[in-house]
Design a protein around this ligand. Structure first.
Ligand code: AMP
Ligand code: MG
Length: 511
């Protein structure tokens, strides 16, 4: 394994603060090189956001570094150890089986850890090969950026490299390495690991690390007396709030994660580990996007409760640090307030109604309006994204055309077979909307209801072309999904209903 010392990666300032925690937290090891790596996609806008220097991703040494073929000077690659609950069962030790952290570097957005996913086997690979296939890497690459574009906290994706190296899954595919970036990749499962093994001093070290480097608001809030100044209770509180917020945004945009195991839950409330995820096409609350999820544990409508269950596991892991069972339970209980509040807020934004309602009756009427709408959408499995975008367009239409019989409203009505149910709802909605500035509401709705989401079939088309060596569709989707609220009239086709074959796409955990 060669060391790189050339402009692009040399100019990164490495800090490697996770590596400073000590051997109990990780195993140091080098990535396993792939033969003849090539670029699939580079996310130059993330590069710019991070303020990283040119030539950045365009140099040959960047290709070597981000395909795991060479280690940038100053990096200290490692695979971290974690455990977790998978599909409701304790799974014991898991760990980074195919992710390798190079270390963390300074950026214009604060410190960022750089991780290579698919860079070869680690001591935590169990029976896996440590590789990621092109197909799933493209999905994670695009979806990370799509989520960010939607305003939903997520790990980011810097670039994607590939190689002809064969990788065996249900069939033989080829390997790819995804370079992902986040302030931290610490998961609930990291805490569960140290708690389950009674490594209590390491558990405290990890909690202190997360608090001091990533969630400093915990210290500030504890200093103000929150939860009797118990900083670990405040840590659980902050994670609960961030998770509630993330879940509300997932539900509002119709995102199904697919594998909400506790090892896939970020301590920073970032959407993490994109596998069999899906954005809903037709609105079916019971939709299961993971073909391997036979019981539907992670069905769309169950996600908020699963998040609570996962937080409970985190609470158990932190219990010895919080050292107050009643307090721990009280913090967890707050999810039952934070999640509905965050969801009410997200749905009010989608509806163009005020978010900070003055009265309980106003909150209830918005909630009732939302629930009755979702019931109609579910009954007819109306396309979720298209519905909200058309509704936004109808509300945003010039006032003289914005009456209930205008063209824009007709295009919403056309989505329903049961016109009378729709018209009844529409009447009630317009009554509420009339209490506010409709033009302003319409403008805001267009900024909260995306025109473009990464539907399965769009990813599938990009994957099929990439398998033939054409990566242009990956790049097109990347650009489009980074600004999903803009019209992009030249890409209208990407906002249409999915083709019939989209229903037959089966995505499982295998990646
Ligand atoms: P996931 O379901 O992708 O979140 O993975 C669960 C666990 O399996 C994690 O510890 C992963 O690192 C590990 N894993 C998944 N796929 C592979 C693979 N191809 N090789 C090695 N480990 C893997
Ligand atoms: Mg995972």
């Amino acid at each position: 394994m060669s060391l790189l010392n050339q402009p692009a990666t040399e100019m990164l300032v490495w800090r490697n603060r996770f590596a400073a925690l000590g051997d109990a937290f990780f195993t140091r090891l080098s990535p396993t090189a792939l033969p003849a790596p090539y670029w699939i996609s580079r996310n130059t806008s993330l590069m710019t956001e991070l303020g990283w220097p040119e030539p950045g991703l365009s140099s040959p040494d960047a290709l070597l570094a981000f395909s795991g073929c060479a280690i940038p000077e100053g990096a200290a690659p490692l695979a971290s150890v974690y455990s977790g609950h998978q599909f409701g069962q304790w799974a014991g030790r898991l760990g980074d089986g195919r992710a390798l952290s190079l270390g963390d570097v300074e950026s214009a957005q604060g410190h960022q850890e750089i991780q290579l996913k698919g860079a070869g086997p680690t001591p935590y690979s169990r029976r896996g090969d440590g590789r990621a296939v092109l197909r799933s890497s493209i999905r994670e690459y695009l979806c990370s950026e799509a989520m960010h574009g939607l305003g939903i906290a997520s790990t980011r994706a810097l670039c994607l490299t590939g190689s002809a190296q064969p990788v065996r899954r249900e069939e033989v595919e080829t390997a790819a390495v995804l370079t992902r970036v986040a302030p931290s990749f610490v998961r609930f499962g990291h805490f569960e690991h140290f708690a389950a093994n009674q490594y209590l001093s390491e558990l405290k070290t990890l909690a202190d690390h997360v608090i001091s480097l990533h969630l400093s608001e915990c210290t500030a809030r504890a200093a103000l007396g929150e939860h009797q100044g118990n900083v670990y209770a405040v840590l659980l509180q902050v994670v609960t709030e961030r998770t509630a917020q993330m879940l509300a945004q997932w539900q509002a945009v119709g995102f199904c994660h697919g594998v909400m195991n506790t090892d896939n839950m970020s301590i920073l409330g970032l959407t993490l580990d994109y596998g069999p995820f899906q954005f809903l096409d037709g609105f079916n609350p019971r939709h299961i996007c993971n073909h391997s999820d036979n019981q539907g544990r992670y069905a769309y409508h169950r996600q908020p409760n699963v998040a609570y269950w996962n937080l409970y596991c985190l609470g158990q892991a932190l219990a010895s640090l919080i050292n107050d069972q009643e307090l721990t339970l009280a913090v967890l209980e707050s999810y039952k307030t934070h999640f509905p509040q965050a969801l009410d807020r997200a749905m009010a934004l989608k509806l163009g109604l005020p978010i900070a309602s003055e009265t309980i009756s106003e909150i209830n009427s918005t909630r009732e309006l939302t629930d009755s709408l979702l019931a109609i959408l579910a009954r007819e499995q109306v396309d979720y994204t298209i519905f909200w975008r058309r509704l936004s367009q109808a509300v945003a239409a010039p006032i003289d055309a914005a009456d209930a019989s205008g063209v824009a409203w007709n295009s919403v009505r056309d989505l329903f077979l049961d016109r009378s149910a729709w018209e009844l709802w529409q009447q009630r909605y317009l009554q509420q909307l009339a209490l506010h500035d409709q033009v302003k509401a319409g403008r805001s709705m267009l900024a909260h209801n995306p025109k473009y989401v990464l539907r399965n079939h769009l990813a599938e088309i990009a994957i099929c072309q990439a398998k033939l060596g054409d990566f242009s569709e990956v790049q097109t989707l990347l650009t489009l999904l980074q600004s999903p609220f803009d019209e992009h009239p030249e890409h209208e086709a990407y906002a249409q209903l999915p083709p019939a074959w989209a229903n037959s796409i089966e995505i499982s955990c295998s990646s």
